[in-house]
Design a protein. Structure first.
Length: 441
């Protein structure tokens, strides 16, 4: 039933033999340290993300099509750089260094938003900021995976995503408070965001270990270990020969093509409910709160009952959110229902997918394998942002969202078939018993 637990290659990590069957694995210190870095960084990033749609559309007069293109660039650049970050981290065998470069580049871009007040410079700055995100994502997830036994991957990623989402919860709240008290609200948000981003880099440098986890000390008389073979580009390309990794990449792309951007979901919800602009930055809080509550339970559930089941259930919940936005009456509870389903979707998918990839890829190429699937998913969402923004501009919100919902239903059905459990191998026929010499002299 696991999404990608069969056909594990040689070199993939196995569970420690001394762990009891009923004892829950402990989350590694590396996971907690990286979760703290992600939490601080997400406070910074989500402060900007919470006000950016309103700033661009209401402040700079950008059309939905223009915002869809910019949002696609915002995520598409990150997708393209993920492959570079993943391969570079595996090649230099220093995941912390590459992740630190990514976090540092994102932090440097935040103060530049104070100087940009037109679409062109803002687009360049956002592209650079997403470059930093792309560099850090795969090495960070590889550090989490390599410090965790296979049977607890879902739990570890769930803990990290929960801490990350705490930042996503605090970021919009901080932006809302700053907009309420500052004279020049948007610049104040960008300035505070820059300071918080620098703090995240400091925590990474001081508290995240360079290795994947703690290793036992080597005896003094032991000879030095052989130098590992450098990772080559052909090794990274050969990853797609793994059947389960190909299936994961295909399904991530298909489902990403029908996953409407978070910003569009919040804009649709605002227009559907008539929410005032001053409350708009609080909408991501609903998604983040549900994600925070359910990320760890969803990861643990995926480890127990199968990642395929949890992953596909998450997309079914997203489809239900689309349905509410399309056809539900204007109930007072509509915003809460949509945001709850949106958060449940992320809890069931965001950590489960990398946990499934980690079970399929050897340790020496762990960051590259995570980057391959993450890049495919992010590029697909880039295409979805462009397509949805264009459909909104040409046909309106209803037809655009109906097309996304129909596509999601079809792609989820295909993903369910592609990721179906492999049949157990057929039992070999029993060999005939040798003749009894006492009966046949």
């Amino acid at each position: 039933m696991y999404l990608a637990d069969r056909s594990a290659p040689a070199g993939a990590k196995t569970a420690p033999p001394d762990r009891g069957p009923g004892r829950a694995p402990v989350v590694a210190p590396t996971v907690l340290a990286l979760g703290t870095v992600s939490m601080i960084t997400d406070v910074s990033s989500e402060m900007v993300a919470a006000v950016l749609p309103l700033y661009l559309i209401a402040g700079l007069g950008l059309s939905p099509l223009g915002f869809g293109a910019l949002d696609g660039v915002y995520n598409g650049v990150s997708a393209l750089v993920q492959l570079t970050g993943g391969h570079l981290a595996d090649r230099v065998r220093n995941h912390k260094l590459v992740a630190g470069i990514g976090y540092g580049l994102s932090a440097l871009c935040k103060p530049l938003l104070l100087l940009a007040h037109s679409l062109g410079p803002i687009s360049v700055i956002l592209a650079l900021e997403r470059t930093g995100k792309g560099l850090r994502t795969a090495p960070r997830d590889a550090l989490i995976s390599l410090s965790t036994p296979d049977e607890a991957q879902g739990r570890a990623f769930g803990v990290h995503r929960a801490m990350d989402t705490t930042g996503a919860l605090l970021g919009p709240l901080a932006a809302f408070l700053i907009l309420g008290v500052a004279v020049d609200g948007y610049d104040a948000v960008f300035g505070v965001s820059a300071c918080v981003a620098v703090l995240g880099v400091v925590v990474l440098v001081l508290f995240v270990p360079s290795g994947a986890g703690e290793t036992p000390p080597r005896p003094a008389a032991a000879p030095p270990a052989a130098r590992p073979t450098p990772v080559r580009l052909r090794d990274a390309a050969a990853l797609l020969r793994l059947p389960r990794l190909r299936a994961l990449a295909l399904c991530a792309v298909l489902l990403g093509l029908t996953t409407v951007s978070d910003a569009f979901v919040y804009l649709l919800l605002q227009r559907r409910t008539g929410l005032d602009d001053q409350w708009f930055p609080l909408l991501p809080l609903g998604t983040a709160a549900v994600f925070l509550l359910l990320a760890v339970p969803a990861g643990a559930l995926a480890d127990r009952i199968g990642r395929r089941t949890v992953f596909l259930t998450g997309h079914a919940l997203l489809l239900a959110a689309y349905g509410l936005l399309l056809w539900a009456p204007a109930w007072p509870a509509l915003p809460y229902l949509v945001l709850a389903l949106h958060g449940m979707f992320y809890a069931a998918t965001d950590g489960v997918l990398p946990a499934a990839v980690a079970a399929t890829v050897p340790e020496s190429l762990r960051a590259t394998g995570l980057a391959v699937v993450g890049t495919g998913q992010a590029l697909a969402r880039f295409g979805c942002s462009l397509a949805f923004g264009g459909a909104w501009t040409l046909w309106g919100t209803g037809p655009a969202l109906a097309a996304a919902a129909a596509g999601l239903l079809c792609c989820a059905a295909v993903a369910g078939y592609v990721l179906r459990p492999s049949p157990p191998p057929a039992a070999a026929p029993a060999a005939p018993a040798p003749p009894d010499p006492a009966r046949h002299p």
